[in-house]
Design a protein around this ligand. Structure first.
Ligand SMILES: Nc1ncnc2c1ncn2[C@@H]1O[C@H](COP(=O)(O)OP(=O)(O)OP(=O)(O)O)[C@@H](O)[C@H]1O
Ligand SMILES: [Mg+2]
Length: 257
């Protein structure tokens, strides 16, 4: 088995309150694959990501990354949340470097890493803001810093929990396109959660639709659209609309809408 493959086999999770969040969930993300999970609110998506990251303890079933069992703080996983979680007392460039510092345990970046950090900031449209503090940035700009920080980490696995969920529509499109560019230039294994079906289709190789709680994978749709993808070009592609209807159909049936 490859080191950067995610495997979840028949996992169930019950919280201490007695609530069964996930039941008999199985999923696999192949090395270098971009998989997106969509599903009703509260169906256990974040719980599954936390189990994969080793942030909560597994109760039943099996979770592996490559051959290893997840544990918190492992270096091969980068986790990005809806809230940017930047350090307010650090400038933009030092926030971008923070993830790498945690991994290497030193504040002195390896040769080339600083240049890479500047390159990533330019790629997400933040050239010129390297010395700004988070409070001087908009929410969308802060999420872009978080995206650059996530991509600077050498982790082969990226877990992303609604990273663009709280953004306006335009900023969201720009960041989705930025993420596509970054990922297409260096294909890591990505497990990405969203409520936005349009976002799921433009990003994913494969979309997993969850049932209502307790969550399980209800259906799986391979998104067979060519790469590299241009989000604006996709809006006019009839296949994009077909995928949208299909996924929405699955989800709406689940939510009894
Ligand atoms: N620490 C906890 N203790 C008790 N219940 C919890 C805990 N964390 C989550 N839950 C419950 O587990 C269920 C699944 O939560 P989870 O956050 O995984 O859902 P989600 O699919 O990510 O939802 P959303 O789309 O709204 O983010 C929810 O009903 C939630 O209330
Ligand atoms: Mg969630």
């Amino acid at each position: 088995m490859y080191r950067n493959e995610i495997n979840v086999e028949r996992v169930s999770h019950r919280f201490a309150t007695g609530l069964l969040a996930v039941e008999d969930m199985s999923l696999r993300v192949a090395p270098g694959e971009f998989v997106v999970i969509v599903g009703p609110s509260g169906c256990g998506k974040t719980t599954i990501l936390n189990l994969i990251a080793g942030l909560i303890a597994r109760q039943s079933g099996k979770v592996t990354i490559g051959e290893a069992v997840p544990r918190a703080g492992r270096q091969d996983i980068a986790y990005m949340f809806a809230q940017d979680a930047l350090l307010p007392w650090r400038r933009v460039i030092d926030n971008v470097l923070f993830g790498v510092e945690i991994h290497t345990g030193t504040r002195k970046p390896k040769p080339g890493v600083l240049e890479q950090a500047h390159g990533l900031l330019a790629m997400v449209g933040l050239a010129g803001f390297e010395t700004a503090y988070p409070r001087q940035l908009s929410h969308g700009m802060r999420q872009r810093v978080a995206l650059a920080r996530t991509f600077l980490m050498p982790s082969p696995i990226l877990l992303m929990d609604e990273p663009f969920g709280a953004l306006d529509a335009h900023t969201k499109l720009a960041l989705e396109q930025g993420l596509l560019r970054l990922w297409e230039s260096n294909k890591r294994t990505v497990l990405f959660i969203t409520h936005d079906l349009a976002e799921a289709i433009v990003l994913a190789d494969r979309i997993l639709v969850c049932t209502t709680r307790p969550g399980r994978i209800k259906s799986e749709i391979a998104v067979d659209l060519p790469r590299p993808r241009s989000i604006s070009a996709l809006q006019n592609d009839p296949r994009y609309h077909d995928y949208y209807q299909r996924i929405w159909g699955d989800l709406a049936a689940e939510m009894a809408i």
